[in-house]
Ligand binder design. Structure first.
Ligand SMILES: Cc1ncc(C[n+]2csc(CCOP(=O)(O)OP(=O)(O)O)c2C)c(N)n1
Ligand code: SF4
Length: 290
């Protein structure tokens, strides 16, 4: 596969060094192209895109209220269609707080109506923009400012893919910045399909997850290899695994990130059990719904 050379995301954006969310946008835009409108709620990406008058994304961006990403994206798409502009892709681009929690109602509404948009959740597993508070995407054992040690996050991460799958939409995929070709292909597929598409991207965050800024790719790769972040697609209800994990390196993944520095042996066992249990359920789907 040829990766498009066009760099739509401008290099002087305002992300922290090593930001997975900035890299995710750079790769996504390569697949989406310049005929794209992006809707962004309150999140790190509001800041990354620059202050008033700047627009480092390189395509039109509509900044909206936290709760409304999917509804606004659906409205913009409907308005473009009414004007006969059918060749513009409209993307809702929100963090995990704006997707798993605060924007979930609008997301569910757009998915149920099968609105013709791509909804992207860039998942840095906490509310990073406002100072690293726990979201329902934060994994078990993570330290955040609202789950300080010794009261670490004690509930499993919400399963966004399966939640959206319950709406019977045409396309759902997970991706991460460590696998750029896979990510770009998924955006190309989402762009080519009509109806509601969800892409869930794991985007490691150096200050939030507490790791050095040159470890973003290593960490996102380990997330897939350990089985912590499965790479798969659900296309018209059919499940397809994109990368089989080795199921090793869990300790290394956790050790690389300061947010897990206070986990106990017991919490480590819970994390491993959760990975096993999730894969037990997923493998049934890969086998019987393919
Ligand atoms: C209704 C509402 N509640 C709270 C806020 C404050 N706020 C702005 S950004 C943000 C965190 C966003 O977190 P997430 O969606 O995970 O994106 P990230 O910052 O991690 O990229 C919060 C709580 C707001 N703008 N609007
Ligand atoms: S806090 Fe994290 S997600 Fe936000 S800009 Fe910095 S690295 Fe990116």
């Amino acid at each position: 596969m040829k990766i498009p050379k066009d760099e739509i995301l401008k290099p002087n954006h305002l992300a922290c060094p090593g930001c997975g969310a900035a890299l995710a946008m750079r790769l996504a835009l390569k697949a989406l192209g310049r005929k794209t409108v992006i809707v962004i709620p309150a999140c790190c990406w509001t800041v990354i895109n620059g202050p008033w008058g700047k627009n480092y994304a390189g395509v039109p961006v509509f900044h909206t209220a936290f709760e409304t990403t999917a509804a606004v994206a659906a409205g913009i798409k409907a308005s473009l269609e009414m004007q006969g502009k059918d060749d513009i892709t409209v993307v809702g681009w929100a963090g995990d707080g704006g997707t798993f929690d605060i924007g979930l109602q609008a997301l569910s509404g757009a998915a149920e109506r099968n609105d013709d948009i791509i909804y992207v959740c860039y998942d840095n597993e906490a509310y990073m923009n406002t100072g690293i508070q726990r979201s329902s995407a934060t994994p078990i054992g993570a330290e955040t400012t609202t789950t300080p040690a010794p009261m670490l996050k004690n509930r499993p991460k919400k399963d966004l893919m399966e939640l959206v799958a319950a709406h019977s939409v045409p396309y759902i995929a997970s991706a991460t910045v460590a696998y750029p070709v896979d990510l770009i292909k998924k955006f190309e597929k989402a762009k080519s399909k009509k109806g509601f598409k969800l892409i869930h991207i794991l985007t490691p965050c150096p200050p939030g997850h507490k790791f050095p800024e040159d470890k973003t790719i290593e960490i996102s790769k380990l997330a897939v290899e350990t089985g912590i972040f499965p790479l798969y697609e659900i296309e018209d209800g059919r499940y397809k695994l994109n990368k089989k994990p080795k199921f090793t390196g869990i300790e290394e993944y956790l050790k690389l990130q300061g947010r897990f520095r206070n986990i106990s042996e017991k919490e480590m066992e819970v994390i491993k059990e959760n990975i096993k249990e999730r894969w037990r359920r997923l493998e049934i789907k890969f086998e019987y719904f393919n």
